[in-house]
Design a protein around this ligand. Structure first.
Ligand code: ADP
Ligand code: ZN
Length: 305
């Protein structure tokens, strides 16, 4: 009754792990999220992998306290359903909790993946001492998990923190959500690669853009990167003005660029946060890059969030 399985369902891969009550990942596995399968068949495969994690450790379902699932939004945690995530189209309206209940007769909890990652940072990561913080992931898209007054803010249906669709520049291009100039449309890894590829006339990744801007000092790439850092600063100031956090934790692939991003964001906050104390909000890298999703999913079972 002491273990939890955390499952992090993503558009390209699904990670799962067996996690102890003190947050140690005892064993883990990763599956390709095969979008040519029905979500029901894919859930069966994930359940099979979860059972394998147990049997490899000589454990049984009776040793489990529960299963936590993190999945991309929009979703509906009240109904235990995926709603309409753009990168998981074949899963739209899929009752994911019920699908796992066919295999496991124990508590099964669903939350948004960024919310789960925020809980992981609170549990064993960069925010263990914070009662008020926002976790921001800048990756293929942009999302956030909000932790305030010592608890997660999940909203009525588990979709709180979907900051990727906060409009930053209404003069910019059309986002998949129908608005113009959303945060993730102009500042995600996808956005950086799209803008740079257009400027250079060849396909580049966001990692290459940072290399061109920061080491070879390509002027156009440097201007693009500075603009994006500014947008991320704007997003952070809005979060500081809205939630008054003591700490911002930034994770996701784009945050791997490290110091240049963190310094630019801190400088922007120092100038533009409204509240004098907000201007010195601490901004730190996520501590649990790779396993944050599955640890956070397990934390849904192991902690009182
Ligand atoms: P996911 O979005 O599937 O969670 P990641 O968090 O790895 O995956 O984010 C992927 C995005 O981050 C891509 O746009 C990728 O180009 C970008 N990225 C990954 N590593 C780096 C890096 N070291 N520097 C800059 N960008 C990176
Ligand atoms: Zn949008």
């Amino acid at each position: 009754m002491n273990y939890a399985i955390g499952i992090d369902i993503g558009g390209t891969k699904t990670a799962l792990g067996l996690v102890s009550p003190d947050g140690q990942v005892l064993s883990k596995a990763s599956l390709t999220t095969d979008l040519s399968l029905t979500p029901s068949d894919m859930a069966d495969k994930i359940a099979e992998a979860a059972n394998r994690l147990l049997s490899d450790e000589g454990l049984h379902q009776t040793d489990l306290k529960g299963i936590g699932i993190g999945a991309p939004g929009p979703l509906n945690t009240k109904l235990g359903q995926i709603a309409e995530p753009p990168n998981l189209r074949s899963w739209w309206n899929f009752p994911v909790v019920a699908a796992f209940e066919r295999h496991f007769q124990i508590p099964i909890v669903l939350e948004n993946d960024a919310t789960a990652a925020a809980l992981a940072e609170k549990w064993t990561g960069a925010a263990t001492a914070a009662d008020h913080f926002v976790y921001i992931t800048i990756s293929t898209g942009i999302g956030a998990g909000i932790y305030s007054h010592g608890r997660l803010i999940t909203g009525a249906t588990g979709n709180a923190g979907d900051i990727g669709h906060m409009v930053i520049d209404p003069g910019a291009g059309l986002c998949s959500c129908g608005q113009r100039g959303c945060f993730e449309y102009i500042a995600s890894g996808t956005a950086i690669a799209r803008e740079a590829s257009q400027l250079l006339g060849r396909q580049v990744t966001s990692k290459e853009v940072f290399e061109l801007a920061l080491s070879s000092q390509d002027a156009a790439m440097k201007a693009l990167v500075d603009r994006v850092f500014g947008y991320i600063g704007i997003g952070c100031v809005t979060l500081i003005n809205t939630f008054d956090p003591e700490l911002l934790v930034i994770g996701g692939g784009v945050s791997q660029v490290g110091a240049p991003l963190f310094e630019a964001v801190r400088d922007y906050i120092k100038l533009h946060a409204l509240n004098p104390s907000g201007r010195s909000t601490r901004v730190v890298p996520a501590a649990l890059q790779q396993d944050a999703g599955l640890i956070g999913a397990a934390a849904l079972i192991h902690t009182n969030y």
